[in-house]
Write a protein that binds this ligand. Structure first.
Ligand code: AMP
Length: 282
């Protein structure tokens, strides 16, 4: 990987990088296209990173299809696919981790306490392998993107972090490799994540500014679906990821939801841009 990237740099080419865990879908491919827009060479990694899964999570059954992934990436004209083994990444004696505090503390960090330490460590390792000029992440994992931006900023990594919008199925379900776990009924039930977020956006558009009221209405919708178990609904400032008490005029917020449908844990979110207050002349 180093040799490839050094050669590209020698030729004066910029490198755009998309880290993934594979089992690729249109969401991943949208990131690849974004990387292509901003760089000469596109590198995609496929690595199901064991350190970001807790022991009780789905690491061993996480869906994998390397051959199909490689085919999809070659159709996109990707220049290199980096598929390291777990032993290469974490050889015997490995003992170095990267940890971001604060922005990792709530939401996913609270539900999955060891998750972000695994993410920031693997992303740092992959950045060191690929040496990209730009890296593209999805808003689907909005907190992860904020954590990576914080890390890159704090550690002075010279990499442009780009966040691309969520790609959805035609009925609104956010694309995810984990959607394959859903039964036909659960697949329908899973629509409650995106529909409750849409409902929340409409409440804000209609003038609602109290996060608690919005969350209560969303909870009612989630509770009405029998296969659902809500983990959290939070409304946070889009930069700091701190919970908002009120939606301020001109503010930017995420509404984030994590919910189990049957045994499958799904996440989704929407970005809210609250308009600036209009002042009308008397
Ligand atoms: P994963 O393979 O799930 O680790 O995801 C790899 C990258 O793809 C992450 O930056 C995700 O945020 C992004 N991603 C996953 N699903 C989507 C989606 N539906 N739309 C946009 N980006 C996505």
């Amino acid at each position: 990987m180093h040799n490839f990237s050094l050669q590209m740099k020698k030729e004066g080419k910029t490198i755009g990088f998309v880290p993934t865990m594979g089992y690729l879908h249109e969401g991943h491919l949208s990131l690849v296209r974004k990387a292509r827009e901003v760089s000469d060479v596109v590198v995609v990694s496929i690595f199901v990173n064991p350190t970001q899964f807790a022991p009780n999570e789905d690491f061993s059954k996480y869906p994998r299809d390397e051959e199909k992934d490689k085919l999809l990436l070659s159709k996109e004209g990707v220049d290199a696919v980096f598929i390291p083994s777990a032993r290469e990444i974490y050889p015997d004696g490995f003992q170095t981790y990267v940890e971001v505090t604060k922005v990792t503390s709530g939401l996913e960090g609270e539900s999955r306490p060891t998750h972000f330490k695994g993410v920031t460590t693997i992303v740092t390792i992959l950045f060191n392998c690929v040496m990209p000029d730009a890296a593209v992440f999805g808003q689907k994992d909005a907190q992860q993107a904020a954590v990576i931006k914080r890390m890159v900023n704090d550690l002075k990594m010279n990499i442009n972090i780009i966040v691309a919008p969520i790609v959805r199925e035609s009925d609104g379900l956010a694309m995810s490799s984990r959607n394959i776990y859903l039964s036909a009924k659960e697949r329908k039930d899973a629509l409650v994540l995106s529909s409750s977020l849409r409902f929340a956006s409409e409440m804000v558009a209609a003038g609602e500014r109290e996060p608690e009221k919005i969350i209560q209405e969303m909870k009612k919708k989630i509770d009405a679906v029998d296969s659902s178990t809500l983990d959290y609904i939070k409304i946070v400032d889009s930069g700091s990821f701190e919970e908002a008490d009120i939606l301020a005029f001109g503010g930017e917020y995420f509404i984030l939801i994590a919910c189990r449908i049957g045994k499958t844990r799904l996440i989704d979110n929407v970005l809210l841009e609250v308009p600036v207050q209009q002042v009308t002349a008397p």
